[in-house]
Design a binder for this molecule. Structure first.
Ligand code: PHE
Length: 397
């Protein structure tokens, strides 16, 4: 079943940005065996094809799914507004199952086979890092909606993002923990297979100590682990008043439950990787009273945020979009704006147009891309309360 899913998603998503029906796909053998999707038909000449790579399945599935919903909404609206100089936008999406090797394969396929003009993705920094080398080498611009590790855009001048970076995100949590929660002694539990997690750990350690706090100890796990008791038991000995867990929601939910079982009373702290409705399901009461940094709060009165939320809710039975959907919507809209301004549909021209993005009124806040192709934006701190995340504070860069 798993092998069919990417193909189905790739086929289905072709229709997402465009009313026109694509011819049915022949059940051909996969062209690249490592990616088990049959070749999709080439786009019509009145179509601009974009690529998307995301974790539509696996332990970070809500990241890819929310991101896809945000991109679809942006492209639908762009097409309804005339597309790009009369051409319709379509997106071809590949599921990388949350794996960096699959993300790199998908990028190669989008570049060489599908010949996309621009790639949207990934969410997880480790996956974006794996894709970025491919996009940079081929001079195909890549816009990550939500990868925050500093190294992602350092891969080269074709790699952009529309979110803040982890040196800021880690600082924001250190500041909140120290100044608002008045924590003294915070332990850290990091995923040592994730560039995002190890990066945030480093920043948090440095900043929290600079602010006069003590880092009680650092323990590691690897994505996919299910038993964190040894690490939590070791951290418990240092009697921390907080535990910073810069991981993704599936792991965090389990970690929180095991910390509760072991009688750890410390307040749990996290980063944007906690952002998923699944966190509350997996973590239950064990995540109540925790805090995490994030890119946006749906409670923001910002008109661009509220317009996005209304449009998204109308399409998804009243569901409130998470920050991934908001950032993906922004990334796709920034891409569309650049395509409309670009001198041609060649990579270097699209790149140049992207680099000029300024004062863009996004759903997740106003954004200007700096010379390092990053956005500088405030972060919000959310508090988990009764199975949902509510606004607690905003931290400015
Ligand atoms: N910032 C995370 C990373 O770089 C991804 C992420 C963004 C997850 C936003 C959830 C919400 O890996």
């Amino acid at each position: 079943m798993r092998s069919l899913l990417p193909a189905l998603l790739a086929a289905a998503s072709l229709l997402a940005g465009c009313e026109k029906k694509q011819p049915a796909q022949a059940p051909a053998a996969p062209a690249t065996p490592e990616l088990k999707a049959p070749a999709a038909p080439p786009p019509a000449s009145d179509v601009i094809l974009l690529g998307e790579v995301g974790s539509l399945t696996g332990a970070e599935a809500t990241f890819g799914q929310s991101t896809h919903e945000g991109i679809q909404l942006a492209l639908e609206q762009a097409n309804a507004a005339g597309g790009v100089n009369g051409k319709k936008l379509e997106v071809r999406v590949y599921d990388d199952q949350g794996k960096p090797e699959e993300a790199a394969n998908a990028a190669v396929r989008l570049i060489n086979q599908d010949k996309v003009k621009l790639i949207l993705g990934e969410v997880a920094s480790t996956n974006s890092l794996a894709m970025a080398d491919k996009a940079q080498a081929a001079k195909v611009p890549m816009v990550s909606p939500s990868s925050t590790n500093e190294a992602v855009t350092q891969k080269g001048d074709y790699i952009f993002r529309v979110c803040f970076i982890d040196p800021f995100q880690g600082y924001a949590m250190a500041k909140f923990a120290r100044e608002t929660l008045k924590l003294q002694n915070v332990a850290v539990l990091q995923d040592n297979k994730s560039a995002y997690s190890t990066g945030l750990t480093g920043v948090f350690q440095l900043r929290f100590a600079e602010m006069g706090g003590k880092v009680a100890g650092v323990e590691s796990y690897s994505k996919g682990d299910t038993d964190f008791r040894a690490q939590l038991t070791a951290l418990k000995k240092a009697k921390p008043d907080g535990i910073y867990i810069p991981g993704y929601y599936t792991d965090v939910g389990l970690i929180a439950r095991q910390a509760q079982e072991l009688g750890l009373k410390a307040v749990l702290l996290g980063g944007d990787g906690w952002e998923s409705e699944k966190l509350f399901e997996l973590g239950g009461s064990a995540v109540d009273g925790s805090y995490y940094t994030n890119h946006y709060s749906p409670d923001s009165p910002n008109p661009a945020t509220q317009a996005f939320i209304s449009a998204y809710k109308a399409k998804h039975n009243g569901k409130v979009p998470d920050s991934l959907a908001a950032l993906a919507y922004d990334a796709a809209n920034v891409a569309v704006a650049a395509l409309r301004k670009s001198k041609s549909l060649e990579g270097p021209d699209i790149r140049d147009a992207l680099a000029q993005t300024k004062d863009f009124d996004g759903a997740a806040g106003k954004l200007t891309l700096d010379e390092k192709r990053n956005a500088t934006k405030p972060a919000v701190v959310l508090k988990v309360e009764n199975g949902k995340a509510v606004f607690a504070a905003s931290v400015s860069p």
